[in-house]
Design a protein around this ligand. Structure first.
Ligand SMILES: NC(=O)C1=CN([C@@H]2O[C@H](COP(=O)(O)OP(=O)(O)OC[C@H]3O[C@@H](n4cnc5c(N)ncnc54)[C@H](OP(=O)(O)O)[C@@H]3O)[C@@H](O)[C@H]2O)C=CC1
Ligand SMILES: O=C/C=C/c1ccc(O)c(O)c1
Length: 373
């Protein structure tokens, strides 16, 4: 369904954030996105103002607008795969200048003083401010990249390498960073390793590409979708494909993998996959199901296996990932859509019908939303 207009920013927000911007917001758990006038703060001394050109649609956007995590602060303007061009910088900002191609990912502030922040792992700061649906330091609710303008502290802005186009690079700001950081941290994809990737979606397809680029000996996709077998093997460069609903295929792959990254957002995608690990293998959970999962201790104890999780990536890791991607010609497979197609795209994403990331062409299509307000 095409967006229809519904609401505007609150008076309090307009006072604190005098700058006008155009966005797409969900107002309730139907998740329907409609045009909205939002306000942004003036460019502070440490800030960068960015004209948004592209924004990827992450499954977390869908979880949030439908309130599947029970934490939506409506109206929600989603979007944390934001790629654009700097229009203005604050007077303390030395790392960026007007015209630079930049990105903003999942977070826009952290406390900067805790152990995680001081240790370069600010993505684990307990006072993290997420790019949208989060309380900012000034008390306003953060709004994401389904909008034509963002203003962000320069510490949370990354630089797009020249060789990385903005449309196919935008999804790397969340999907890419989220798979890159734990794969590096746990050595998944190092030469000689066999890596499993559960769920061939936005995160999963870039995990396959990173594993290949790292030099993995073998990359296996574990999927619920038989229709993805051919392209996983022939186009994305996976070495093997296991249909998780096929007991014989799962049995044949048992005990073979050094590590697995699980990107599926279902609790079913945890327990059976631990059997695929070799002794001392590690499984990293990235997908976020809405229900708690059950894991038998036997399956971990038996092989000395580890089950862990990972959240996004630090800014340093995100920049390193973008640079690595550019160097290796790695980017996301995208379907670029206009502002008027976002609700239909959300419906398709919910059904798994996307190859492999929708990216909104904000730069060319958001001006059309103004007439609906
Ligand atoms: N930990 C973190 O920091 C982050 C977590 N996430 C989370 O990761 C998960 C994946 O995100 P993303 O890649 O954008 O999602 P996508 O929808 O693009 O991909 C998810 C894939 O999981 C598989 N899948 C299996 N069962 C289900 C099911 N019941 N419902 C949906 N998908 C299923 C499908 O692959 P197949 O057809 O191959 O089975 C699907 O393509 C989400 O839960 C998201 O919130 C996202 C970003 C950061
Ligand atoms: O899309 C990014 C989601 C990241 C995320 C979701 C839930 C959670 O508890 C996190 O720490 C990160």
């Amino acid at each position: 369904m095409a967006p229809t207009a519904t609401a505007t920013a609150t008076a309090a927000e307009e006072q604190q954030h005098p700058r006008k911007a155009l966005g797409l917001a969900a107002h309730d758990a139907s998740g329907h996105l409609s045009p909205i006038h939002i306000s942004r703060r003036n460019t502070g001394d440490d800030d960068v103002a960015i004209k948004v050109l592209y924004c990827g649609i992450c499954h977390s956007d869908l979880h949030t607008i439908k309130n599947e995590w029970r934490n939506a602060i409506y109206p929600v303007v989603p979007g944390h795969e934001i790629a654009g061009v700097v229009t203005e910088v604050g007077r303390n900002v030395t790392g960026f200048a007007a015209g630079d191609r930049v990105g903003v990912g999942c977070m826009v502030n952290t406390c900067r003083t805790c152990e995680s922040c001081e240790g370069g792992a600010e993505n684990y700061c307990s006072r993290i401010v997420f790019t949208y649906n989060s309380h900012d330091r000034d008390g306003t609710v953060t709004r994401g990249g389904y909008s034509d303008l963002v203003v962000a502290d320069a510490r949370f802005v990354v630089r797009f390498p020249d060789a990385l186009p903005l449309d196919v690079g935008a999804p790397l700001l969340c999907a890419g960073a989220t798979v890159y950081a734990p794969m590096r941290r746990h050595g998944l994809g190092q030469p000689g390793t066999h890596v499993g990737v559960v769920g061939l979606g936005g995160l999963g397809h870039v995990a396959v590409k990173f594993a290949r680029a790292f030099g993995a000996a073998k990359v296996t996709v574990i999927s619920t979708s038989p229709g993805k077998r051919e392209e996983a093997l022939e186009r994305l460069g996976a070495d093997a494909f296991v249909l998780s609903t096929d007991d014989a295929e799962m049995k044949a792959a048992a005990g073979t993998m050094h590590g697995i990254v699980s990107t599926a957002c279902t609790t079913a995608a945890v327990h059976p996959y631990l059997a695929l690990l070799r002794p001392h293998g590690k499984m990293v959970l990235l997908g976020v199901p809405d229900k708690p999962m059950q894991v038998s201790a036997f399956v971990l104890i038996g092989g000395g296996k580890s089950l862990t999780g990972s959240s996004m990536a630090s800014i340093k890791e995100t920049q390193e990932m973008l640079d690595f991607a550019a160097e290796h010609g790695l980017n996301a497979d995208v379907e670029v859509i206009g502002a008027g197609e976002v609700n239909a795209a959300m419906e398709r994403l919910a059904k798994g019908d996307v190859r492999y990331r929708f990216v909104i062409d904000v730069g060319n299509t958001f001006s059309s939303l103004a007439s609906a307000l």
